[in-house]
Structures are given as structure tokens and as C-alpha cells.
Design a protein around this ligand. Sequence first.
Ligand SMILES: C[S@@+](CC[C@H](N)C(=O)[O-])C[C@H]1O[C@@H](n2cnc3c(N)ncnc32)[C@H](O)[C@@H]1O
Length: 288
Amino acid sequence: MKDTQLFESNRTAWNEALEYHQKARGNSLQSGFSKPDFTTFERDCDAVLIKKLDEIGLCGKTIAQMPCNNGRELLSLMRFGAKEAVGFDISDSAIEEARRLAAISGLNARFERVNILDLARSEDHEQRESPDLGGLNVQNYDNCFDFIYVSEGSLQWFPDLDAYFSVIRRVLKQNGTLLVFEMHPFAYFFENGFESERPDFETLTPYFEKGPYHYENGLDYIGGERYETKDGYWFMHTLSDILNAMLRNGIALQSFEEYNLEMANNAATKLMDKFPLSYILTGGRAAR
Ligand SMILES: C[S@@+](CC[C@H](N)C(=O)[O-])C[C@H]1O[C@@H](n2cnc3c(N)ncnc32)[C@H](O)[C@@H]1O
């Protein structure tokens, strides 16, 4: 499958998924974001994230999430005092919902429907001054962000992590911080059809086989509803794939911690607190 077909198939899959997510959530996000202190960082695993965010400090910063889905995490990050935010995602319906939630919250956040890899455009990104996003007129986002957030279920949609991290580097400011709070590759073992009620080890995702893999029962990780779909392809990235792609593309590692905290809402990994299930890494632009 060509990359353009793959990304369009994933766009369709995520457009389809939103309807199920909305059904499972009801209007909890709409009523939540109408209140000034609402955040979605209330899972057990979020305590480590909040501690890290407090260390980094978001006050007055320009922040981004890549990808952002329906914006709920980015809007929650705004509660840490960020000045402005931009969320990027390929899904039309997720971006529409994000814009509605931003309007309800009154927070200074904008949302762009885009394949993140298409942000690799302009030639002169090393020289560019940091633009002021206040005018909301930005043609490209090179050298824009003090802080970039990447959260669970994000890296798996990019077949080529070099291409992905080269975009992250160019949109990150010189002294900016990248924070990745992702599912550990160990947790991705159980994303290929493994069922805890009928454990079949043949269905574990092979660590060294990149894929693509396909979610045959859809992407409703909120309500758990199963539906048949032809779309939605993802990739297994090993820890060394992730770290090496960052380093090769000019992002220096600043910290790395692994946790046994479940973040996938997957019945199988919920039972596995003896294993690494998530990690937080931070990085910044390396000198070149
Ligand atoms: C599981 S979400 C990750 C964000 C967040 N942690 C969440 O759970 O909502 C995955 C998101 O990646 C987006 N996505 C997949 N491929 C993408 C691409 N090439 N460019 C931009 N967004 C993409 C999907 O539309 C989806 O909203």
C-alpha cells in the first residue's frame, strides 16, 4: 500500500471512530470544558504526567499536540497556564469536535486538520524567527512551539519515524521541550487482537516486525464497541526505533522514565502491572 493510500485509510478510520467515542462519552466533554478548572488528566497514569508538566512549566508558553484527536488533552494542558495552543490531526471529525470544545472552553487554542508529515515544507526553517501566533495567520509552523506534547497511541500511525521526528524538530523552538507520554512497546504487544479471556500468544505483536497491523474491530477504545472496518493501519516501533529516530533527526534526549501504568484502556494490559506499559521521555533540539 502506498503511503498516500495508507494515510487516507487512517483518516477514514479515525473519522469513523469518533462517532463511537462520542456515543461512549455522551456530553461529558462539552459540560466539562464549560467549567474553568476541568481537565481530562484524571486517570491513574496521569499523576506522573502532571509532575513532569510542573517541572517543565507551561506558563506563558506556545504549545502544540501532534496528533491531538479531539483536542481534549491539549485543552487540558492549557489549564497549566499556556498562552496559546495549536492541535494537529488528520481526522476531519476529530478536528471539528476539537474546535467545538475550544469554543466552549474559551481557551486560546486552534486546531488544524492536516497530515502531520505535510508540515515538512519550507526550506529555511533554521533561520526563521519565532512567529507570533496571536494573529492566527501562520503559513507554516517552523520554530513555533515552546512545548510539544505527544501522547498515547500517536507514534504507531507513522510508518517512518524519521519523517515524523524531523517535523517535530522543525516546529520546536530552539529551547523548546518535546514530551512523549506513550504506551510502551510492551503494551503494543497486546494491540493485535490479543484477548485476555482467551489468551492466544500467537496474536502478540512481534516486537521486531514493523507491520502494518490492522484493527479489524475498529478503534473504539473508549466504549469498547466492536465494529467491522477495512481502514486503520498501524506500525510496531521498538524503543530503539523511537530513540534512534529522535537522535538522528536532531532531538537530544533529556529524560526517560518507564512505568507500569496502563494507558490504553485495554483489558489485557490492565492485568499486567508487572510489566512496562508506558513511558515519558523529554527532549529538545540538539545543536547541529
Ligand atoms: C489515539 S489518538 C492520539 C491522541 C490522543 N492520545 C487520544 O487518545 O486521543 C491518534 C490520533 O492520530 C491521528 N493521526 C493518525 N495519523 C495521523 C497523521 N498522519 N497526521 C495527523 N494525525 C494523525 C488520528 O486521527 C487520531 O486522532
